[in-house]
Design a protein around this ligand. Structure first.
Ligand code: ZN
Length: 231
């Protein structure tokens, strides 16, 4: 395991243009992800049944939700875990943007652009964003916005509480950890807005729910959720 990690880090150093999914060296005409990984993306197709899928069920009854979809299925091994990790920890914002563009093409085949007013990436606490240099969900949302034309809004909600990492938490702990973690900016209004919240990996949905709370309190009409991957 450790050796495999060392080898993969070595490959990254020696060949910086490696695939974000499988780490193999990219060909000249490949951009960030190799053709083989792209052809094997474990797509969910949830956007074709946005109110009737396992991700929607996570939020049903908890939010005024009308759409939930994820680009890919997440699993602890394989290319999606690797892509999500690259985007989150390896400074690969541009990979996040590119994944957002690819998802944007799928979404553009639906009426989603007419059903929502804006994309709101789940914000990071400013300390964490400063350390990371970017918000991975905002990178993904930027790519989606570019292709679908749905405007990106990062001026509505912010993260007021620096929550702990949730990787090893159960659902109850996650809810307590994220409660009251988000707030509207002082001059922001969400009155009558139809908002798509954008996240990277959706596990229990507790973060989305917490992020939606102030948006709903501010009077937004409907909520949708878009994610890079659904666990
Ligand atoms: Zn690959």
């Amino acid at each position: 395991m450790l050796l495999a990690q060392l080898w993969s880090d070595f490959i990254q150093l020696a060949f910086p243009n490696t695939c974000g999914g499988c780490k193999s060296a990219l060909l000249a005409d490949e951009d960030m992800v190799c053709t083989s990984c792209r052809l094997n993306f474990p797509l969910t197709h949830f956007h074709q049944m946005p109110a009737n899928n396992p991700m929607f069920d996570k939020f049903k009854g908890r939010l005024p939700i009308v759409h939930a979809s994820a680009f890919m299925h997440f699993s602890d091994d394989g290319i999606v875990q690797s892509l999500a990790h690259e985007v989150k920890y390896k400074g690969a914002c541009e990979l996040g943007v590119q994944l957002g563009r690819w998802y944007g093409y799928h979404l553009s085949a639906t009426d989603i652009g007419h059903r929502f007013d804006c994309l709101v990436p789940v914000p990071l606490h400013r300390e964490r964003q400063k350390r990371r240099g970017y918000n991975q969900s905002a990178c993904f949302a930027r790519g989606i916005s570019e292709i679908t034309g749905i405007p990106l809004r990062e001026d509505l909600v912010f993260r007021s509480k620096a929550t702990l990492s949730q990787v090893r938490m159960e659902r109850e702990q996650r809810v307590a950890n994220t409660a009251d973690a988000f707030r509207l900016f002082a001059d922001a209004s969400t009155q009558n807005l139809k908002i798509l919240i954008v996240d990277d990996v959706v596990t229990t949905g507790a973060t989305i729910e917490a992020c939606a709370a102030p948006l709903i309190k501010g009077g937004c009409e409907t909520i949708g959720v878009l994610a890079l991957a659904n666990v």
